[in-house]
Ligand binder design. Sequence first.
Ligand code: TXA
Ligand code: MG
Length: 314
Amino acid sequence: MLSKPNILKSDGAALTAACNFLTQGRLVAFPTETVYGLGADARNVEAVARIYKAKGRPSFNPLIVHVASVEAARKYVAWNEMAERLASAFWPGPLTMVLPFKTDTPLAPAVTAGLPSVAIRIPGHQVALDLLRHFDGPLAAPSANPSGKISPTTAVHVADGLGDKVDMVIDDGPCAVGLESTIIGMLEVPKLLRPGGIPTEDVERAIGQPLGADLDDDITAPGQLASHYAPETAIRLNAYEALNGELFLGFGAMECDLNLSPSGNLAQAASNLFGHLHELDEKSATRIAVAPIPDVGIGAAINDRLRRAAAPRA
Ligand code: TXA
Ligand code: MG
């Protein structure tokens, strides 16, 4: 059994305690609108090394830098007109941009895992923004789960997954979006690197052009690996009923063990996805069967996570 970390309700005392830990190079898990992040001072080499160790994350998989303002983002990345357009359309919010880094950037080298680019976003969550403003520095924060496991959408998920490998957790209840940010590569032509909280169609509308797919395999990142977001229990997709010994995760009006959204609402399904998978996974069934999810809007990101959860384990 893992020892429990210190979980504090998100108030002024928690923010002060969190800033003290961060200043000492320690790890603080905090809520965002997408999933809970495992935060560390992005400028502190040892703190960033602690993130990789706590998650068991391969050193080649770079981290997202979180900032509180566009002004702060521009300290670390080479800004351009398209970045400006996406920032004004979607920040603060579940969109991450990968931009060339500035060579004089004070970021710890491990944040970018040796790439000449930085993934950066302004989270759309009051507690995350308060923390970033209080701390007054960039926070590197991957999802606060052991590498390869389901992402956390509650403080309890963080504590169950990481135990006291994280120094404290700020608890602000479940994450509203429930899926990680959409990642757009903006190095040459804009490319979709990971579907997420902002539907791809909305990004394309904002930039006035279609997104390229990330066809070249130049970045080998676990977030893009087939078997990621893996529960312990096997998953069967596009199921219409539970077979022998299966638990059934439904969508829309149907008989099932847990329902992502009884009314068939995709945003609600996204926000329930990881929590419901965590909950069914704990019941040690032979398999979890999942109802089909429409592949439109945020449904595309839900299906992306489900496919990875169902993929054969590496
Ligand atoms: O919603 C989110 O994005 C959450 C919250 C905490 O902000 N964070 C998150 O981080 O999902 P993580 O580490 O679980 O996923 C980050 C993804 C990884 O797949 C990583 O490979 C990719 O971002 N990434 C980071 N830097 C990159 C870069 N320079 N180029 C390409 N991909 C990058
Ligand atoms: Mg992750």
